[in-house]
Design a protein around this ligand. Structure first.
Ligand code: FDP
Length: 314
């Protein structure tokens, strides 16, 4: 039986694989992206029904790992290892690059369950992925060939870019990702702000900048999950997220390879901007796996204004 789509809705029946095919994406890259999309179905199941306790281990950053972090990591890692097209993988949950296949065309780094500390209070969390050609995962974000995230909220959505626009897919009842928004674009400036980090530790520049947003009537929208917070800005086409340099943490909190680079790539593809306040996130050459950086990310003019405040007041 052939499913008949309502008039004018054909675009919305396009699933992820077909979209990648129509974009004439490289076969191996399509494979990696689709494997990650498939893995997310098992991660959802783990989030919905899994153990919320600690795994009894800690990650590279000394954070206690939840059983869910460990499970999500295993699910993704296994998929990547068996994909047959991946050279190296690197997970936020492990401390070292795993060499899979020297002949693999792509290397993949991921944060399997970002914001996992929010699962026990039933807030949205996500998986973030960055993909490079070749085996080097310590490159500047500018060299990414694709980035994507999967958001586990009331609905499950997937957003990806391979450098030709940013596209959103939502999971349907058959657990297929079907196209919901193509070529997402941010407005030049927005009206919401998502400020991470303790306000009393902000530097003068950041404090003055955030106060200026409040004076202009920007609405506060911060969930504490990087994926849902960025997704809101991207999908509403409006606003800025910041996790700035703090007086006691000059490099901020968020990780360059696993969190900042893929989101910066997606936001820039949508016409926005991502900056440390002093330079583009995508131009930073990582020195080690656990590098962190401050970030101001979202609508272009909002980020440029933040840069002006940082240049003036630090
Ligand atoms: P979490 O510590 O809950 O895993 O990088 C992790 C992250 O969450 C991001 O998802 C989020 O944006 C940020 O940290 C939240 O940090 P704060 O708790 O300091 O606001």
């Amino acid at each position: 039986m052939t499913a008949i789509s309502p008039p004018g809705s054909t675009k919305f029946q396009i699933d992820l694989r077909r979209h990648l095919r129509e974009e004439e994406e490289d076969r191996d890259l399509t494979r990696v992206i689709c494997e990650i999309a498939d893995a997310s179905k098992y991660i959802i199941n783990a989030i919905r029904t899994g153990d919320l306790g600690l795994a009894g281990t800690s990650n590279l950053y000394g954070e206690n790992q939840l059983a869910l972090d460990v499970l999500s990591d295993r699910i993704l890692r296994k998929r990547m290892i068996h994909s047959g097209v991946v050279a190296n993988i690197l997970s936020e949950e492990t401390s070292e690059v795993i060499e899979v296949d020297p002949g693999g065309k792509y290397s993949v780094a991921f944060d399997p369950l970002d914001g996992s500390s929010l699962v026990d209070v039933n807030l949205a969390v996500g998986t973030i992925v960055t993909i490079y050609e070749g085996s080097d995962l310590l490159q500047s974000g500018r060299n990414q060939v694709a980035a994507m995230y999967i958001l586990y909220g009331p609905r499950t959505s997937l957003v990806y870019s391979t450098g030709r626009g940013v596209h959103e897919f939502c999971m349907n009842q058959l657990m297929e990702f079907t196209l919901t928004k193509e070529n997402i674009q941010l407005q030049p400036s927005g009206n919401i702000y998502a400020p991470g980090g303790q306000r009393n530790l902000y530097t003068e520049g950041t404090e003055k900048y955030v106060s200026s947003l409040e004076e202009k009537g920007y609405k506060l929208r911060y969930s504490g999950g990087f994926v849902p917070d960025i997704n809101q800005i991207l999908l509403k086409g409006s606003g800025i997220f910041l996790y700035p340099h703090l007086r006691d943490k000059p490099k901020g909190k968020l990780r360059l390879i696993f969190e900042l680079n893929p989101m910066a790539y997606l936001i820039e593809q949508a016409g926005g901007k991502a900056s440390t306040g002093r330079q583009s996130i995508l131009d930073i050459k990582p020195e080690s796996i656990d590098d962190c950086a401050p970030i101001f990310i979202g609508c272009r003019e909002d980020v440029e204004r933040a840069e002006e405040y940082i240049a003036r007041y630090g």
